[in-house]
Design a protein around this ligand. Sequence first.
Ligand SMILES: Nc1ncnc2c1ncn2[C@@H]1O[C@H](COP(=O)(O)O)[C@@H](OP(=O)(O)O)[C@H]1O
Ligand SMILES: [Mg+2]
Length: 358
Amino acid sequence: MAPMGIRLSPLGVAVFCLLGLGVLYHLYSGFLAGRFSLFGLGTELGAAGPAAAADAGAVVDLREMLAVSVLAAVRGGDEVRRVRESNVLHEKSKGKTREGADDKMTSGDVLSNRKMFYLLKTAFPSVQINTEEHVDATDKEVILWDHKIPEDILKEITTPKEVPAESVTVWIDPLDATQEYTEDLRKYVTTMVCVAVNGKPVLGVIHKPFSEYTAWAMVDGGSNVKARSSYNEKIPRIIVSRSHSGMVKQVALQTFGNQTTIIPAGGAGYKVLALLDVPDKSQEKADLYIHVTYIKKWDICAGNAILKALGGHMTTLNGEEISYIGSDGIEGGLLASIRMNHQALVRKLPDLEKTGHK
Ligand SMILES: Nc1ncnc2c1ncn2[C@@H]1O[C@H](COP(=O)(O)O)[C@@H](OP(=O)(O)O)[C@H]1O
Ligand SMILES: [Mg+2]
């Protein structure tokens, strides 16, 4: 304690205050410098790790994301086509599915993945991107987007649609129907991009590299594809997996009767397009898409977004909506329909857990 009777000099107090302010300034400017350097590193950290590393208040425009997603699907598709035409696929197995099928990968998957991932990551460094194939950080490719939004998108979606970057999850499937790709069944092959906002599918792109057809849609935005004018709800033609079918045929026939036509086909993207009015000649048409085995979110998110944008539905077989955040896969099978009473279809289907049809 200061002894009694000592008087504080006003000059001393002023010097003391100035020193204090200096210390505070020093500390605070260091903090700000740290913040700014983190912003500068946003791209680097974002590419290597979670989106949380980038700036927290960033927003992204979904219309721009759609433009880049279409470009990514087309560029990825160019790789898919180039590798197939070279006939050097470097096919290998990543492991087995739960049912014991080979989970295949080719150079087409890897090179398409690289193009698609880096195009999206460079344009939107702060968003979370989940992709089917491993991204090799040492084999980075910076592909710049020219910031041009194609006319057909501008015509349908007339205003920007901004959302917080941290609410966005992108799902990339660089080559859907890899099994069929290795068998040279080209019509089934697609590349897909999906954008989910808070786990809800909002933007979907499905591109067919061999017929150069692209379908895109944004929920509450617009689309370049539409539903067909009629569907057969009573005796539907049902499109199902040809290489991961499980008990799907039994489930379909048990639910809709023996008159029902079952169309085995490759690729989840192809099967969603089968429900729509697609001009591509190699595209079969169906009324329903059913899948009963485990499936990954990059296989289904784009189709889910497109169906939703057009007023259709994609749910688990129990009718539950699928959340596109968190785990990579879904357990409850898949039912996709459009212009039908989806919940009535769900009620018709047997409970797979009880019937042992899973
Ligand atoms: N039981 C399962 N386990 C893992 N992946 C599955 C699966 N059933 C389907 N898929 C994947 O879902 C996509 C569509 O399957 P299908 O053609 O059999 O309908 C394929 O994606 P990829 O080709 O992208 O791997 C396939 O690998
Ligand atoms: Mg797939």
